[in-house]
Design a protein around this ligand. Structure first.
Ligand code: GLN
Length: 198
């Protein structure tokens, strides 16, 4: 069956996700309103700025509908700011920063910032044979995970070695880095597997 995957499109690097999903042969549609959300079998929440995303989702009446779909089991994949949006708990959020939630994790915003703002590195990724070249841009990391959460990737080198940067819980997946940048569609393909399964 053909699937449609939405990309939350009120803020963030929407185009990169649409392109990556398109290259995998699925219909990828920007989502700015509930009618567009309703047509989706899964949703990607891009990188960008999580505080702005949360506010705009409220203003455009998308916040509760997305939250509801996630509760009902819609597969969702968040990258960077999108990871923050999917986290049940955040550290170093702005005052009263809201998240959609769904992932039983604590995510620290701008976690690498104290050492280095943005960097790249290879990470081993559960389910993939060869490492992923990961691009981190003012990225969060996962500070702690609940019992139902699988860790998919960790930072391998440097001061942050061991920090969790990719997770999965049921139909929800999130990465601290940006697999939508750089032309490697393997992480998106893993997400599409979740959409097909559900
Ligand atoms: N620092 C951003 C935030 O808190 C995330 C950065 C990104 O998505 N590249 O939302």
């Amino acid at each position: 069956m053909a699937i449609t995957v939405g990309v939350f499109a009120l803020q963030g690097d929407v185009r990169e996700h649409v392109r990556t999903l398109g290259a995998l042969g699925v219909a990828a549609v920007p989502v700015r309103r509930t009618s567009e959300l309703d047509a989706c079998d899964g949703l990607v929440i891009p990188g960008g700025e999580s505080t702005t995303m949360a506010k705009l989702a409220r203003v455009f009446d998308l916040f509760e509908p997305i939250r509801q779909r996630i509760k009902e089991g819609m597969p969702a994949f968040g990258t960077c700011a999108g990871m923050i949006m999917l986290a049940d708990r955040i550290e170093d959020g702005s005052r009263d920063q809201e998240t959609l939630g769904g992932l039983d994790v604590t995510v620290r915003r701008n976690a690498f910032g104290r050492q280095v703002d943005s960097f790249e590195g290879d990470v081993d990724f559960v389910g993939l044979d060869a490492p992923v070249h990961a691009i981190f841009i003012r990225a969060p990391w996962v500070e702690g995970v609940g019992t139902g959460v699988d860790v998919l990737a960790r930072v391998e080198h440097g001061e942050a070695a061991g920090r969790i940067v990719a997770v999965r819980q049921g139909p929800l997946m999130a990465t601290s880095f940006h697999p939508e940048v750089g032309g490697d569609a393997r992480v998106h393909r893993l997400f599409l597997d979740l959409v097909h399964e559900s």
